[in-house]
Design a protein around this ligand. Structure first.
Ligand code: PLP
Length: 498
């Protein structure tokens, strides 16, 4: 019987164990690694109720990473979800009406990516040790804002690794940029790209697929890995908070007659909502997965029509971490919907690369029926922030507001009153300009760093330690380049220029 392994969505790479999938980041055929089967915990839910976050994380991660030692996983989990988080529950739920805001922003960079990126470096180190890899691991990442900082925090001064982050110059908030450019750590590199997130992501993908460049790196003692959401080591930790949320609501008697919840996820690269989909496949009773987009509503169209069409202009919105036209993780869903048919995945991803568009067949569309797509414009997003603050005295950020706005529309359309978990992906303090401006127009255009204190005063919430005083911290990274220069920049950082 074949054991639990990871296979490539494109079917032209060997199956590997989880350690190798994590070290590689992306499969050698350009595909994404997916688990060969999804563990079913549907029969064990009663036993899992009341488990604290760390224990549950260890339990679930071990199911997906059976090749790791128990100690490796326990070590990774306890280092990640300890004092780095400013809330003892790690990912607490805030109930407002029938909605449960799942606060995923209590980590070091105030966004949900911390839940995975605080764990990944430890998994990666353990994986490299297991595989006998002596090379220095180079983490190469394109960021729409939040990944970059979360990865920098996770990997800073982790021995045997270097981290290089590219971010789109005009695609991140000033706070996000400052969080990155003030990053400490001998092994950290931050470079601005003249272009948008898709440009940066494409540049990084090209580097990963450049076999000549990879060979040159290997000969110099380096190996690429990725901290982007395509890494299986990011996907797995994200499943945990959906399972945990369900169990918490169940424990507190919040589940209705049919036992199901809905999950709403503000979506960009489709990583976070894919984790929610996996939790459903694991046996968590989820009715609908509500995929919320901003004005870059490619996924909304896809869910409603079966056609994915990226041939449109990227719009810069107030939820920049979702300003994405090519959602990399969708490939994992396509693989699943196709009945694990790599030929079909190659056809679809090939169409997307060459024509900018693909269409799935009727059969695959059936699998989409548990998804509901919606989107919110910027003005709807701002109105939602104000509405939630007025109704509940609760501050939400722009990304969370996109999710909640789409949820309200869903509610109006369906009157589906099942408890809804709203993935609250960033702290309002991370986007103070938009959040304060939404509450009162006289704050529009004011200095973002000042508005952090304004928000704190209005909400009575203390400014999170990780951004308090950020405007006066020393800027340590000032490089910028064009997409075509990314290879040269990496080569010069690693001192392997030809
Ligand atoms: C990354 C990010 C998202 C999008 O998550 P995906 O997994 O890429 O869909 C949403 N909100 C915030 C705040 C983010 O940082």
């Amino acid at each position: 019987m074949p054991g639990f392994t990871y296979l490539s969505t494109r079917g032209k790479a060997p199956r590997v164990e989880s350690a190798e999938a994590i070290v590689r980041g992306i499969a050698p055929d350009g595909g994404l690694y997916v688990p060969s089967s999804i563990p079913d915990i549907g029969g064990q839910l009663d036993q899992l109720i009341g488990m604290d976050y760390r224990s549950l994380a260890g339990y679930i991660m071990a199911l997906y990473m059976p090749d790791f030692g128990e100690m490796d996983i326990r070590n990774a989990v306890s280092r990640a979800y300890g004092e780095k988080f400013d809330h003892p529950l790690v990912a607490p739920l805030a109930r407002k009406g029938g909605a449960y805001f799942l606060e995923l922003f209590h980590g070091p960079t105030l966004a949900f990516k911390d839940l995975a990126l605080t764990v990944l470096p430890h998994l990666l180190k353990a994986a490299a040790a297991k595989l006998g890899i002596k090379k220095e691991i180079v983490i190469l990442t394109a960021t729409s804002g939040d990944t970059g900082k979360a990865a920098l925090e996770g990997f800073a001064d982790v021995e045997g690794t270097r981290i290089i982050v590219f971010y789109p110059e005009d695609g991140v908030s000033r706070i996000q940029e400052r969080q990155m450019t003030t990053q400490k750590g001998e092994n950290t590199y931050v470079i601005a790209i003249e272009g948008n997130f898709d440009d940066a992501q494409r540049g990084v993908k090209d580097l990963f697929n450049d076999s000549q460049f990879n060979k040159r790196m290997e000969e110099s003692g380096f190996a690429f890995s990725s901290a982007n959401s395509i890494n299986a080591g990011r996907l797995i930790p994200q499943i945990v908070y959906y399972v945990h949320s369900y169990l918490e609501i169940l424990k507190n008697g919040g589940i209705g007659p049919d036992g199901k919840i809905n999950i709403v996820v503000p979506t960009g690269n489709f990583g976070n909502i894919l984790a929610a989909y996996y939790s459903k496949k694991m046996g968590i009773p989820v009715n609908m997965l509500i995929c919320a987009s901003n004005e870059n509503n490619v996924l909304y169209d896809f869910i409603n029509t079966g056609i994915y069409d990226r041939r449109r202009n990227l719009v810069a919105t107030s939820s920049p971490s979702m300003d994405i036209l090519v959602s990399s993780n969708l490939e994992r869903l396509l693989f699943d919907l196709s009945g694990k048919d790599p030929r079909l995945v190659r056809k679809l991803t090939g169409d997307l690369a060459t024509k900018g568009i693909f269409e799935i067949d009727e059969n695959m569309r059936k699998g989409l029926s548990c998804f509901q797509g919606g989107f919110a414009t910027d003005s709807e997003t701002f109105r939602t922030i104000k509405l939630v603050f007025e109704n509940y005295g609760y501050l939400i950020d722009t990304h969370t507001a996109v999710g909640y706005n789409v949820y309200l529309k869903y509610l109006e359309e369906t009157n589906d009153r099942r408890p809804a978990v709203i993935a609250s992906t960033a702290s309002p303090f991370k986007f103070p300009g938009s959040v304060a401006g939404a509450l009162d127009s006289r704050y529009c255009g004011m200095d973002e760093f000042k508005l952090i204190d304004v928000l704190s005063g209005m909400s009575g919430i203390k400014v999170p330690e990780s951004i308090a005083g950020i405007s006066s911290r020393e800027i340590l990274h000032r490089k910028s380049c064009r997409v075509e220069q990314m290879k040269d920049v990496v080569a010069s950082i690693l001192d392997i220029s030809g």
